[in-house]
Ligand binder design. Structure first.
Ligand code: GAL
Length: 403
């Protein structure tokens, strides 16, 4: 971690947040246990997942963070030190961190700003500095910090104070750790969380359906389209070291390959963190190929760090555009519906302007070559109109390079 310490720097402003800068210049990539396993995690599963990330090539594609979500915790000891569940993690967390680091992976952990986590394990409220110190001893590189059991109404904990406190606790621990803010977008985190953390959830939980919302009493979870539909208005807030997080991926957990492709393509376009939420040891070759597609990943990891904007929208299909470094663009043709769609772009007749960040494609003055991001095949240039048939719930993606 010596290099990360050199890379990361503390804010020098007195009284300001102590966020360690420079830890997430591009959207974080990795795996998280929650979407597929829920509370059913143990050290064998984490090690097998780590091994599968390596053997499948996903680590080398960039998925380096191995993040344990809720339910790794045991009780605090007599000194208030948090301990792992002794039955599920008998070798301890330092050993698990060492196992991950020895394989070129990073170690992520989960806690909560309240008295208990969402699944009722010990929360970090009042223990922030002690917990961060402990995580640092274990070699933790990434903390997802949740918002359950933080009080109700006037009694609720102030979210800025809570995330600032954990950010300071991380700085005081001496170990650079990414802070993933998870208060579900409830307190407009895009306005403040970038001072304290490197990414923030923009919505409630994702679920593995295309276009549904599922109620659970006091909260609900949403499928791919309802989450996607909440992102465009937030694009101005995201960028290097401060990412909008539309939640961990359900790629591999959706029923059809087209849906899995579209979900991945759109999260890549949004400059979303790419956190795999499926069964890695049991992953099919088709899903691995989607997640490891190096052209889609390059669009996501582009150093400019802009999220895509919804460029052209009809009820059935949309075209999203993401400005890339060096005047390049990525264009996604998303078919939301259940019928195949023939989608066309007459380059001579359209204007592609990103007024928020001041990017502009000059189709009248210069032409761009097109590469199909899924296949890598050349797909003509902007001298000729593009027409592509896109299957139900599928997404075509092109990279445009100025000639
Ligand atoms: C939720 C969070 C999920 C998961 C879960 C664990 O609040 O949004 O991503 O971490 O808690 O209990």
């Amino acid at each position: 971690m010596a290099s990360a310490i050199v890379l990361g720097s503390l804010s020098a402003t007195p009284g300001a947040a102590q966020k360690i800068e420079g830890l997430a210049p591009t959207p974080p990539m990795g795996w998280n246990s929650w979407n597929h396993y829920g509370c059913n995690i143990d050290e064998t599963l984490i090690r097998e997942t780590a091994d599968a990330l390596v053997s499948s090539g996903l680590r080398d594609a960039g998925y380096v963070n191995v993040n344990l979500d809720d339910c790794w915790h045991g009780e605090r000891d007599g000194n208030g030190n948090i301990q792992p569940d002794p039955e599920r993690f008998p070798s301890g967390m330092k050993a698990l961190g060492d196992y991950l680091h020895a394989r070129g992976l990073k170690f992520g952990i989960y806690s909560d700003a309240g008295t208990q986590t969402c699944a009722g394990r010990p929360g970090s409220q009042g223990y922030e500095f002690q917990d961060a110190r402990r995580y640092a001893e274990w070699g933790v590189d990434y903390i997802k910090y949740d918002w359950c059991n933080t009080g109700k109404g006037d009694e609720q904990r102030n979210p800025r104070e809570a995330y600032r406190t954990m950010s300071r606790a991380i700085a005081a621990s001496g170990r650079p750790m990414v802070l993933s803010v998870c208060e579900w977008g409830d307190n407009e985190p895009w306005l403040w969380a970038g001072q304290y953390g490197h990414l923030w959830r923009t919505t409630g939980d994702i679920i593995n359906c295309w276009d549904c919302t599922v109620g659970h009493g006091s909260w609900s979870s949403s499928g791919i389209l309802p989450i996607l539909d909440q992102q465009d208005k937030l694009r101005s807030f995201g960028g290097p070291d401060k990412w909008n997080d539309p939640d961990m991926m359900e790629v591999g957990n959706l029923p059809t390959l087209a849906e899995n492709r579209s979900h991945f393509a759109m999260w890549a376009m949004l400059a979303a963190p790419l956190i795999i939420g499926s069964d890695v040891p049991g992953m099919t070759p088709e899903i691995t190929a989607i997640l490891a597609n190096k052209r889609l990943i390059a669009i996501n990891q582009d150093p400019l760090g802009r999220g895509a904007m919804k460029w052209i929208a009809t009820p059935d299909w949309e075209i999203w555009a993401k400005p890339l470094a060096d005047g390049e663009w990525a264009i996604a043709l998303l078919n939301r519906g259940d019928e195949a769609q023939s989608i066309s772009i007459d380059w001579a007749a359209v204007e592609l302007k990103d007024d928020t960040f001041g990017h502009r494609a000059e189709f009248a003055q210069r032409s761009y070559t097109l590469t199909d991001a899924w296949s890598g095949k050349a797909a003509g240039d902007t001298q000729t109109a593009l027409t592509r048939k896109v299957g139900p719930r599928d997404t075509a993606v092109f990279r445009l390079r100025p000639i």
